[in-house]
Design a protein around this ligand. Sequence first.
Ligand SMILES: Nc1ncnc2c1ncn2[C@@H]1O[C@H](COP(=O)(O)OP(=O)(O)OP(=O)(O)O)[C@@H](O)[C@H]1O
Ligand SMILES: [Mg+2]
Length: 261
Amino acid sequence: MIAVEELEVVYPNGTRALDPVSLGFARGAFTVLLGSSGAGKSTLLRALNGLVTPTRGRVVVDGIGAVDGRRRLARHRRRTGMIFQSHQLIGRVSVLGNVLTGRLGYHGALRTLLPFARAERERALEAIERVGLIDYALKRADTLSGGQQQRVGIARALVQVPALILADEPVASLDPATAARVLDLLHGICKADRLTAVVSLHQLEFARRYADRIVALAAGRVVFDGPPAAFGDREAAAVYGRIAAEPDDFDLQPQRTGTYA
Ligand SMILES: Nc1ncnc2c1ncn2[C@@H]1O[C@H](COP(=O)(O)OP(=O)(O)OP(=O)(O)O)[C@@H](O)[C@H]1O
Ligand SMILES: [Mg+2]
C-alpha cells in the first residue's frame, strides 16, 4: 500500500537518522515501530508523510506512485491521518472545531474563512460519536482529559477518510489503563475500516498485543522485522540494550551511588 525504497535521511546538522531503509506496508496491516530513543522512529513516520525530505530514496504509494511533487504529496497527505503524542489540538476550540480541521486537506486554506457546510459537520460528528465523545462535541478541547484529547486526535484523523494512519507514540503521555483503551479504540477502527497503520510505541506489551508486525529500529537501521510472536526477550534486549531488558538494574543504582539515600 505504501513503501519506502532505499530511504535515507541525514538531517542538515549531519545526523544520520535513517540509513537506507526499504520497507513495504501492506494494506490493512497494523505495524508497530519499536526502538530506543533516537533510533529513527519519528523520522521514518515523518518521511512517510513527507514532513521530512529524504536525502536519498523515495516513498511510493498505491494509486499515487512516487510521492515527489507538491500535488502528489497533497493527495497523499489528504488520505493520511497523523496522530501525535501531544494531540496537537487547538485548546480553546471545541472538539467539533478541532475534528473539522481534519477536512482542511479537502478544501484548502480558504475554507478556514468560511463556515463548514452541514455535510462536513455531520461527518465530523459521526467521527466524534465513533470515538465515544459525542457528549463533548461542543466543549473546549482543553477541558478534556488526556485520553479524551487523544480520542479527538483519532476522530480528526478519521474525518479525513484516511487510507493510512501514522501514529507517533500516541499513548506515551497516558496512564497504562487509559493508554490501553485508546490503543484498543485505534486498533479496532483500523481493523474495521481496513486501514494501514504504522504506529510507534515504547511499551513492548502493547506492541505484542496489537501488532500484526513489529519493525524495530536501532541507529537508523531495521534490526527486526517480523510477527510479534518472534519478538522475544532476546530480540527486545538486542533492541533496547541490557538495562531495558532487566529493569531491576535501575533499583540497584541509587543504593550503589547513595544519591537517593
Ligand atoms: N530535526 C532534526 N535535526 C537534527 N537531528 C534530528 C532531528 N530530528 C531528529 N534528529 C536526530 O535523528 C535521530 C533519530 O531521531 P528520531 O526523532 O527519529 O528518533 P526516535 O526513534 O523517534 O526517538 P524517540 O523515541 O526519542 O522519539 C536522533 O539522533 C535525533 O537526535
Ligand atoms: Mg520519536
